[in-house]
Design a protein around this ligand. Structure first.
Ligand SMILES: [Zn+2]
Ligand SMILES: [Zn+2]
Length: 104
């Protein structure tokens, strides 16, 4: 079942964003203990749902929110786009959104 995402002002649960650690020069960014081939987006932009700093996923050339575990944009729609073809539904497949993990 899909997560229900509401704008922050309608939230009744606290948002606990994951810890982000970039490794400059290595093209790796850590989302808590999960390494991702990516980095912090050039122009610092923040998730409009939870306010977490957005990351770029280099495998799919796409920005995502590591807290909501959502892509910022839909796939581009080009049939033969090498980036979008293999893009999973979620940027961090094995991760629940941070705010959905009980006890955090
Ligand atoms: Zn978010
Ligand atoms: Zn594309």
């Amino acid at each position: 079942m899909d997560d229900v995402l509401l704008p922050p002002e309608f939230r009744t649960w606290p948002v606990v964003p994951p810890e982000i650690r970039a490794e400059p020069g290595k093209d790796i960014v850590w989302v808590d203990d999960m390494p991702v081939h990516g980095g912090i987006a050039n122009h610092r932009t923040y998730c409009h749902l939870c306010g977490t700093l957005l990351l770029s996923h280099f495998d799919y050339d796409a920005q995502f929110c590591p807290c909501c575990n959502l892509w910022v944009k839909e796939k581009c729609g080009h049939e033969k786009c090498e980036y979008c073809a293999d893009r999973p539904e979620r940027p961090l497949p094995s991760r629940q959104p941070a705010w959905a993990v009980p006890g955090r």
